[in-house]
Write a protein that binds this ligand. Structure first.
Ligand code: TXA
Ligand code: MG
Length: 342
């Protein structure tokens, strides 16, 4: 990741008196056991974690994020042996997927057990389950001894956090403790696959790319992302059009398009690739010169934050090649740009 013009980092708020940052997993485990909230590092993005079996704790997650209760939460487990605590039936395909993708950036929607409060699933019969790979998340899950409901740890609709400082910048004062596990390795959220019907349905593209899904699932359907961009035709809960959005208006150009600043407006560019001279931009963030989507993903949300805090009038973003994690990144870009300019 390299910043071509302007080297200063985005301003990061210092932790408020009510939010502390550290690496004390025992302390974080105590907080969630007592019904509180903690910031949890995972390999995808940071989560805002609460005891998934405690409806009161889960309610705090929705209010801290300002998240509507029709948008269900993912439940995180330490190990497949915990599945029976939260899931009523585990289809054979789920075991196969678990074997090759867990721990990792895959969420499976499976029939929920009665122990899971309806608030977690927004009243749906399925619960989203993920086993994260990050060592600190694993340690927290084991020490807390309970499944953890955790959405991305950002105010609803905003840019997902990939460092502990991002969590504090968005939710400082609304979460007791943030575990600092360093920058997230994958950088984009998990792929969400529903196994509630006869045919698997990919509800959200994410950290497991489409090529791998095809190998693993064979035939599957995709909740149409263009349909999801129209809120009247929401195919999956929580797939709102305007999401992952910077405050600065975001405009997209094609992967092979020419980047041109908007005349008379302070323009920023989020790009990848090796073109050397791009005149006229006030700030340029180049994610990776080869355009490797895995490398681009790791720095993607931090780059959007950097540009969003640079006092620009508009951010122009180059879309990614539709391969691997590029599919998930383009989905996030489209949602970030949806809803028009303010
Ligand atoms: O990588 C990730 O998935 C991160 C980390 C923290 O694990 N979590 C995350 O959570 O991205 P969140 O809340 O920002 O996005 C969860 C999305 C929901 O908006 C919804 O689209 C889908 O996952 N989802 C969760 N539970 C579901 C359910 N029961 N049925 C259908 N979709 C569900
Ligand atoms: Mg989110």
């Amino acid at each position: 990741m390299q910043s071509q013009s302007g080297n200063q980092q985005p301003p990061e708020k210092t932790p408020t008196a009510l939010t502390q940052v550290g690496t004390d997993v025992g302390r974080a485990a105590g907080i969630v056991r007592a019904g509180g909230l903690v910031g949890m590092p995972t390999e995808t993005v940071y989560g805002l974690a609460a005891n998934a079996l405690d409806a009161g704790a889960v309610a705090k997650v929705f209010s801290a994020k300002g998240r509507p209760t029709f948008d269900p939460l993912i439940v995180h487990l330490a190990d497949v042996s915990d599945l029976s605590r939260v899931v009523s039936i585990v289809p054979a395909l789920a075991w196969r997927l678990a074997e090759s993708c867990w721990p990792g950036p895959l969420t499976l929607v499976l029939p929920k057990a009665a122990t899971v409060p309806d608030l977690v699933t927004s009243g749906l019969p399925g619960v989203g389950i993920r086993i994260p790979a990050h060592a600190m998340a694993q340690q927290l899950l084991r020490e807390a001894g309970c499944p953890l409901a955790a959405p991305s740890a950002n105010p609803f609709g905003g840019i997902s956090p990939t460092t502990a400082a991002h969590v504090v910048a968005g939710l400082g004062g609304r979460v007791e403790y943030v575990l600092d596990g360093g920058p997230c390795r994958v950088g984009v959220e998990s792929t969400v696959v529903s196994l509630m019907g006869v045919v698997p349905v990919v509800l959200r593209p994410g950290g497991v790319g489409p090529e791998r899904l095809e190998e693993l699932l064979g035939h599957y359907e995709t909740a149409r992302s263009d349909a999801a961009l129209d809120d009247s035709a929401q195919p999956a809960p929580g797939m709102l059009s305007r999401h992952y959005a910077p405050r600065t208006p975001l405009r997209l150009i094609a992967a092979t398009g020419v980047a041109v600043p908007v005349p008379g407006r302070r323009s920023g560019l989020l790009t990848w690739g090796s073109e050397s001279e791009i005149p006229g931009f006030d700030r340029i963030f180049r994610l990776c010169s080869e355009g490797n989507p895995e490398i681009c993903a790791a720095g993607f949300f931090a780059a959007l934050r950097d540009l969003d805090s640079a006092g620009l009038d508009v951010i122009i973003a180059r879309q990614f090649r539709e391969i691997g994690l590029g599919v998930a990144l383009n989905d996030r870009l489209r949602r970030g740009a949806a809803g028009g300019e303010k």
